[in-house]
Design a protein around this ligand. Structure first.
Ligand SMILES: [Zn+2]
Length: 269
């Protein structure tokens, strides 16, 4: 394999590993959640919290290890040497479990509110409570996926900062990105201040990937960059207005696409 194709393959493998890590965690959190009563879930005792933190932390470890593996594989393809150990700061486990705890409280807050509202012998209330339980579980699982993927993103951010061989970086978007990620991807390897490379929402599998001398952005990613840049240039306004317009139009089309896809699935059933 050529340097370039090894580099491309490493990026693709990393991307797919991260999607798998967050999707399999999503399933594990969902099945764990189904075993909790609304009372226990709303209360979030220290035992419940530890279980959630452990689920997130295991996946985040895997994600971080994939980040290190990918950075080394990409660097080796370009420069024929892996990075020295010293480019990685290592994980801050206390900070990570604090973030998981905050995520749990945020996503279970609507459930706590609901539980105080009614009585358990009222069928209407039970139905509403079930719905609040399901929606809290969905949001929590999605956010767990985001936290897990932060592992790999942290590893890459550390390497990007500390590895002198990194000459730039760019956003590789997932198949159906949001307007924010598409806007960042349209910049290619040029980042500016308002484009914080490490902002990712729940459900986003986009990645900020490094570039090295001797290799280029993979053709597939360069094509997307060009496509989004054409869109950007055709967007009305300038500065913050243009940014808002771009995201609004992009997200609106994405929503329509997703609704159309859902409807065609329902028509097939
Ligand atoms: Zn994204």
């Amino acid at each position: 394999m050529s340097q370039q194709s090894e580099f491309n393959a490493a990026g693709q493998a990393y991307y797919l590993a991260q999607v798998d890590i967050s999707e399999s965690l999503l399933e594990r959190v969902a099945s764990w959640w189904r075993g909790l009563s609304p009372q226990r879930a709303a209360e979030g005792s220290s035992a419940v919290m530890r279980e959630y933190q452990a689920l997130v932390s295991q996946s985040r470890s895997r994600s971080y290890a994939e980040g290190v593996k990918y950075h080394n594989a990409a660097r080796e393809a370009a420069t024929s040497k892996p990075a020295p150990e010293s480019v990685w700061d290592g994980r801050d486990l206390a900070a990570e479990s604090g973030k998981a705890k905050a995520s749990y409280y945020v996503h279970t807050a609507p459930l706590r509110k609901e539980i105080q509202r009614g009585r358990l012998d009222d069928p209407e209330f039970i139905k509403a409570l079930d719905e609040a339980m399901q929606s809290a579980g969905r949001n929590l699982a999605l956010d767990a996926g985001r936290l897990a993927e932060s592992g790999g993103r942290d590893a890459l951010a550390e390497a990007r900062e500390n590895d002198a061989e990194v000459i730039g970086w760019y956003r590789k978007t997932d198949a159906d990105p949001c307007g924010f990620c598409a806007m960042i991807a349209s910049r290619g390897a040029a980042y500016s201040d308002y484009m914080e490379p490490d902002q990712f929402h729940a459900g986003c599998h986009c990645q900020t990937l490094p570039l090295f001398r001797g290799v280029e952005m993979p053709a597939e990613d360069a094509r997307k960059r060009d496509e989004y840049l054409v869109r950007w240039n055709a967007t009305e306004g300038s500065g913050a207005d243009q940014l808002r317009n771009f995201q609004r139009e992009f997200n609106e089309e994405r929503k329509q696409r997703r609704e159309a896809a859902e409807q065609s699935v329902m028509a097939d059933q």
